[in-house]
Design a protein around this ligand. Structure first.
Ligand code: GLN
Length: 192
């Protein structure tokens, strides 16, 4: 698959490395034409209010909205999750509403700007950087990972949302979930 990474601001670079490690080609997305021919898209962490601003300036709101609503696999991490949520608090701001969750910006506490933890369900490493909390999970949204019982990674159809930064560890579980890797043994078998 060819996966785009929104590259207006924030932690976009490491996503390409993780995607490459599971067999995907990548492209940085800065203007609408960069979306052409992509099979999926990553919205990285960073500062969601700044990203909103830059999305407006680059006239990317409608193209991004069309792309994600077309049903192509999308991974939203941290600030990306904030952009894609239904409702945003602390403070409230505009969002695309692709994923039926409500989030609270910097919800893990002002003092704790960043911390590492271990997931309750999958046991993988979780890197939180001024991360949002997920305050409400919609009925059609599946909680895939929790930390101290609170949802931190969710899935709704082709959209995966993580409050943490999966691209900053060696664990590609979240990227694999969002963008199923090409199974090379199957590909080889079908060529025979
Ligand atoms: N606190 C940031 C925001 O509200 C998100 C932090 C992150 O993406 N690491 O946009």
């Amino acid at each position: 698959m060819k996966i785009g990474v929104l590259a207006l601001q924030g932690a976009f670079a490491a996503h390409a490395d993780t995607l490459a490690s599971i067999g995907h080609a990548t492209r940085e997305v800065r203007v609408a034409a960069d979306l052409d021919g992509l099979d999926g898209l990553v919205f990285p962490g960073g500062e969601s209010s700044t990203m909103l601003n830059l999305i407006g300036r680059a006239e990317l709101w409608a193209p991004l909205d069309r792309f994600v609503r077309s049903g192509r696999p999308t991974l939203l991490t941290c600030a990306g999750l904030i952009l894609g949520a239904t409702n945003v608090a602390n403070p409230s701001q505009e969002s695309f509403g692709w994923l039926d969750v409500d989030v609270v910006r910097n919800g893990w506490g002002r003092q704790v700007h960043s911390f590492e933890a271990t997931g309750d369900l999958l046991g993988g490493p979780l890197v939180f950087i001024r991360a949002p909390t997920i305050a409400r999970v919609g009925e059609t949204v599946e909680t895939v990972e929790t930390f101290e019982g609170a949802p931190v990674m969710v899935r709704q159809g082709a959209i995966v949302g993580a409050a943490y930064h999966p691209e900053l560890t060696d664990d590609a579980t979240v990227h694999k979930l969002a963008f199923p890797a090409v199974d090379r043994s199957d590909a080889a078998a079908s060529e025979v």
